[in-house]
Design a protein around this ligand. Structure first.
Ligand code: HQG
Length: 182
């Protein structure tokens, strides 16, 4: 299977595991896990008849952001980040670096400077450790703009941060006083 098809399947699986599991007849448990057999069956029925465990393993192994993980015995799968469905991802509170970055589009700047960063349709605000990654996240939405987050002050003010298994930083919101445009 070529890389483009693997990427396209990864996008579909992200959609199912983060936003609309019911679209392929799946359900997630309270921690966001789906059964691997049920996922394979759902993808076969709704997206690609030739889908298999081998292809799923390729999707998981080659994903550019390491978006997915299996449980220990390989019978369950979940996405590490990006969810809009209400699940408890069992994230551990972790002290972040002093600064993290968020890339967005220029048309959101006014509102962000007024309200701060809000999770919008997702469960958390997603933050990056480096400016290049943040720029590419922002570019998905339009003309990219970068904000630096003063995590050291947020930690001092008792905001909580979580690190996902694939290295993303999540927090519930970032009020405007901790943001600076760079
Ligand atoms: C913006 C992708 C107006 C926010 C990425 C963003 C990431 C506001 C957009 C992950 C706002 C929401 C998440 C406010 C925030 N007013 N706009 N007060 N607060 N926004 O896609 O961070 O590739 O839900 O800046 O790489 O872009 O899918 O969030 O522009 O890691 O695995 O509202 O999703 O990962 O957009 O992306 P999103 P995001 P995947």
């Amino acid at each position: 299977m070529d890389n483009r098809s693997i990427t396209s399947l990864g996008k579909y699986i992200s959609y199912l595991l983060r936003h609309h599991p019911e679209a392929a007849g799946l359900s997630l448990d309270c921690h966001g896990w789906a059964g691997v057999d049920a996922l394979i069956e759902g993808v076969r029925k709704y997206k690609y008849e030739g889908f298999s465990r081998e292809i799923l393993d390729d999707v998981v192994r080659t994903d550019s952001k390491g978006r997915f993980t299996y449980n220990d015995d390989g019978t369950m799968i979940k996405a590490y980040h990006g969810h809009s469905v209400s699940v408890d991802l069992e994230l551990c509170e972790t002290v972040p670096p002093d600064s993290l970055y968020h890339g967005t589009a220029s048309r959101f700047v006014k509102s962000i400077e007024k309200e701060g960063l809000l999770p919008q349709n997702r469960l958390y605000v997603h933050l990056s450790t480096d400016t290049e990654t943040a720029m590419s996240v922002g570019r998905r939405h339009g003309q990219p703009v970068l904000f630096q987050i003063d995590c050291a002050s947020m930690v001092r003010d008792e905001f909580k941060f979580y690190r996902t298994g694939n290295g993303m930083w999540l927090t519930k919101s970032v009020p405007p006083q901790y943001l600076s445009r760079i």
